[in-house]
Ligand binder design. Structure first.
Ligand SMILES: NC(=O)c1ccc[n+]([C@@H]2O[C@H](COP(=O)([O-])OP(=O)(O)OC[C@H]3O[C@@H](n4cnc5c(N)ncnc54)[C@H](OP(=O)(O)O)[C@@H]3O)[C@@H](O)[C@H]2O)c1
Length: 246
């Protein structure tokens, strides 16, 4: 642990959206956060500056999670700066929607590269390097249970993430590390909102009994619970955070 005794958390895909909210929330909870991103350096640096202004500790590290060597360097950078890693939040992900009949190879390859291979890369590195008492939290999606047309490839990658969550929680027996997944419903980020007509967003907002779509802070609060002391006894579970949608 770093000198001040705080725990160190890597949050992948934290330059915007849910990942940025998770990094900010965890910094507020007292974690030292490593803000991983793929391309949006300005957003990542602005988030790190905001965290530091509020008295927290943050480091930004560019790494495409689909590149195993880059993921190794991400962990190296975290260990060099802070002495070790306690929490891995596998948040980075992409989503493009298409009917299976119309799915192109680029859509398939990019989803497998980022949402599956990327998570395999970070889980492999994390399971080798996380310290005792660690937590791994993978972002799945409630669409795994919804079976909506156009979501097949994306939902398949998230089903894979859920499967790996269960398997790794068992593989880490004896290490005192929990592995869980959080599966949000529709959440107000660019990934969900971009390209959707307002009437589709309004329709989806009415589906959950709580009558709205999620905000990034709703998901950050769920991750914070699993990463913090009150989540210690939860292991190998998928927690759907969606206002009751499914
Ligand atoms: N929003 C929803 O409705 C919803 C619902 C269920 C589940 N989720 C899941 O929640 C997670 C976050 O989604 P979001 O809505 O916050 O998405 P977002 O706003 O599009 O943000 C995605 C983040 O992932 C990063 N990223 C993308 N590809 C990457 C790569 N190859 N390597 C490293 N970082 C990469 C992006 O970095 P750069 O910007 O720097 O490229 C960005 O910071 C995803 O796993 C998503 O599947 C979202």
């Amino acid at each position: 642990m770093p000198e001040n005794g705080t725990k160190v958390a890597i949050v992948t895909g934290a330059s915007r959206g849910i990942g940025a909210a998770i990094a900010e929330r965890m910094a507020g909870d007292g974690f030292t956060v490593v803000i991983n991103y793929a391309s949006r350096v300005d957003e990542a640096e602005a988030l790190a500056a905001r965290i530091r202004q509020n008295g927290g500790q943050a480091l930004t590290v560019r790494a495409d999670i689909s590149d195993a060597a880059a993921v190794g360097r991400l962990f190296d950078a975290a260990e060099a700066a802070f002495g070790g890693v306690d929490v891995l939040v596998n948040n980075a992900g992409i989503m493009r929607l298409a009917l299976l009949a119309e799915v192109d190879d680029a859509l398939v390859d990019s989803h497998i590269a980022v949402n599956l291979k990327g998570v395999i890369n970070t889980l492999r590195e994390g399971s080798r390097r996380l310290r005792s008492g660690g937590r791994i939290i993978n972002l799945s999606s409630s669409v795994v249970g919804l079976y909506q047309p156009t979501y097949a490839v994306y939902a398949a990658t998230k089903a894979g993430v859920e499967a790996m969550t269960h398997v790794l929680s068992r593989e880490l027996r004896g290490r005192n590390i929990t592995v869980n997944a959080v599966a949000p419903g529709p959440t107000a980020t660019a990934l969900f909102l971009d390209g959707k007509p307002q009437e589709v967003i309004d329709h989806l907002s009415r589906l959950a009994p709580l009558g709205r779509i999620g905000q990034p802070r709703d998901i950050a609060a769920t991750v914070s619970f699993l990463a913090g002391p009150d989540g210690a006894w939860i292991n190998g579970q998928v927690l759907r955070a969606n206002g009751g949608l499914i």
